[in-house]
Design a protein around this ligand. Structure first.
Ligand code: ATP
Ligand code: MG
Length: 322
């Protein structure tokens, strides 16, 4: 049986980097690609940024590769993460040889809680002067994340939190994560999230796999993105119990969209994560290595100081695959 992969290009450079990643997937396996629409362009045409058909096909898929959506990003990606019931956002931040990075020794992965915390959507305007936000933390969501972390990092992981101040919510998060890890015999190290921000800048090699609440994971993984030198390189995965959505960390890059010069690496690396998720470990590793050696030896796109097109870089990755 061939695996079915839903492909949502979206807007801007999504229309360039997603086809690039699809051609890499095509080179390593026998997949059936199902195209679906979302984003600004489809909203202009139909009035809806995320058509019901797209939501349904993503919800039913085993895996989706997503590019980026412009103005409508929040209307597209938040429901799509819900469609896959994504409880963890996996964000590797790795510096590659050949890429100018602030901290070339950086190689870590964030496992970010993806459903609650301060992104729970419970905000209220109570008066002309006062607005509030309810921070939601459940033991069940924290435990589900911890179980994933134990499978992902059986040799141990760090837990970033601020339980010394947010004793109830981050306390619950910390207790749930640490107790699952203890039951599973997986070592954990706790780190306060503010201290983490300093320590990761000074010496990122202190960290390997970092489990975080939602907002902390969002901010700290962007900080780490700065350490590795460039949005064009960072992949991510939104993992659910039996579904997942893979996307580059970058957006639609309107300043370079349509020129054929976007760096496809982040999306191709997202496709490598997709392959591993579907059980194609060897193919995923091969794609990752092909991207790494292309970054090291060229050709490179303009964001990395080169002058190669998206297509030329993609072809160089495919050429290195065998
Ligand atoms: P959006 O609102 O869709 O996020 P943005 O203006 O924030 O759009 P990003 O896509 O987040 O743009 O990119 C920020 C900057 O990084 C832009 O200057 C963009 O050109 C650059 N950039 C992002 N992704 C890539 C890429 N894949 N290749 C080259 N440059 C990129
Ligand atoms: Mg952006």
């Amino acid at each position: 049986m061939t695996d079915e992969i839903v492909v949502v290009e979206g807007d801007g450079i999504g229309k360039e980097v997603v086809p690039a990643a699809v051609s890499v997937l095509d080179a390593v396996g026998d997949f059936e690609f199902v195209a679906a629409e979302a984003g600004d362009a489809v909203k202009e045409r139909t009035g809806e940024a995320l058509p019901q058909e797209t939501y349904d096909v993503v919800a039913d898929a085993d895996a989706t590769l997503f590019g980026a959506a412009g103005e409508t990003a929040a209307d597209v990606i938040l429901p799509l993460r819900t469609a896959v019931d994504s409880f963890v956002n996996v964000r590797p931040a790795k510096a590659y040889p050949g890429v100018n990075a602030l901290r070339p020794e950086t190689d870590l992965v964030f496992l970010r809680e993806n459903t609650e915390g301060v992104y729970s959507g419970h905000e209220d305007r109570l008066s002309a002067d006062l607005s509030t936000l309810t921070r939601v933390v459940t033991t069940s969501a924290s435990e589900r994340l911890a179980e994933f972390a134990c499978d992902y990092a059986p040799d141990g992981f760090q837990v970033a939190h601020k339980a010394n101040v947010m004793r109830e919510t981050d306390g619950r998060f910390r207790d749930a994560v640490v107790s699952v890890a203890e039951e599973r015999g997986v070592e954990t190290e706790e780190v306060l999230m503010d201290a983490f921000a300093t320590r990761v800048c000074l010496d990122p090699t202190q960290f390997d796999v970092v489990v975080c609440p939602n907002l902390a994971g969002d901010v700290l993984s962007d900080l780490a993105a700065g350490l590795v030198g460039g949005l064009g390189l960072l992949p991510s995965a939104n993992i659910g119990p039996d579904n997942a959505l893979f996307e580059p960390v970058h957006g639609t890059a309107p300043d370079i969209a349509g020129e054929g010069v976007a760096n496809p690496s982040a999306t191709i690396l997202s496709a490598a994560m997709l392959l591993e998720h579907l059980g194609y470990e060897d193919e995923g590793a091969a794609v990752r290595e092909a991207v790494e050696s292309t970054l090291a030896e060229g050709p490179r796109t303009a964001d990395l100081g080169g002058d190669a097109s998206t297509e030329a870089v993609t072809q160089a990755v495919i050429d290195r695959l065998d």
